[in-house]
Design a protein around this ligand. Structure first.
Ligand SMILES: [Zn+2]
Length: 191
């Protein structure tokens, strides 16, 4: 496919959010021609864990690096989209078939992409990375991992362990990718 593909989610009022996170609001606070305004201005209210976003090490490790320390290399350069076939989770066994290389940027396309982003409801049975698969990603020394889910970790399956395994290995995490229309293969990732 020629050209660039947007793999991020639009941010809009009432969009899906993690349970307990604040409601996302996008409000026009000035409109051209109204109350003498010469421009349109929009205010956005949301937490940082909204839509397509990244997890800094600080998200799960007290005192660790925050988002400001993101190296641009983590989100710019060749990236491989791997299509996951397991119906409920990403496992070490399936990853073993993909010959992961040190320093790779890996984006997981799962059945989530065709499902999660079509509703404003939070679906707690999304496909996620098991702690064992996260350990394998850490052992493989990949640089960046992305997933088309609200979280790399499962809502009902040791979510903290998956995060800590990846983040303590120095792997940068992208969550909330929209990969429905992206085929498996190697691309250039631009943040
Ligand atoms: Zn996360």
């Amino acid at each position: 496919m020629p050209g660039w593909i947007d793999i991020s989610l639009p941010v809009r009022t009432g969009m899906v959010r993690w349970p307990g996170d604040p409601v996302i609001e996008v409000n026009r606070i000035a409109t051209i021609g109204l109350d003498d305004s010469v421009c349109n201005v929009t205010a956005i209210s949301m937490c940082a864990h909204t839509g397509t976003h990244m997890d800094a090490p600080l998200h799960f490790i007290a005192g660790a690096a925050s988002m400001e320390s993101l190296p641009l290399d983590a989100v710019m350069g060749p990236a491989r989209v791997i299509e996951i076939h397991h119906p409920s989770k990403i496992t070490r066994e399936e990853l073993l078939t993909h010959d992961l290389q040190r320093g790779e940027r890996i984006l997981f396309k799962t059945a989530n992409s065709a499902r999660l982003w079509k509703t404003d409801q939070f679906l707690d049975d999304f496909i996620y990375i098991t702690p064992d698969a996260a350990d394998y990603l850490a052992e493989s020394c990949i640089q960046t991992v992305g997933i088309d889910a609200y979280s790399v970790g499962g809502y009902h399956d040791r979510m903290q362990e998956t995060h800590v395994s990846l983040l303590s290995a120095g792997i940068w995490i992208i969550e909330g990718l929209a990969l429905e229309h992206v085929a498996a293969g190697t691309y250039e990732l631009v943040h």
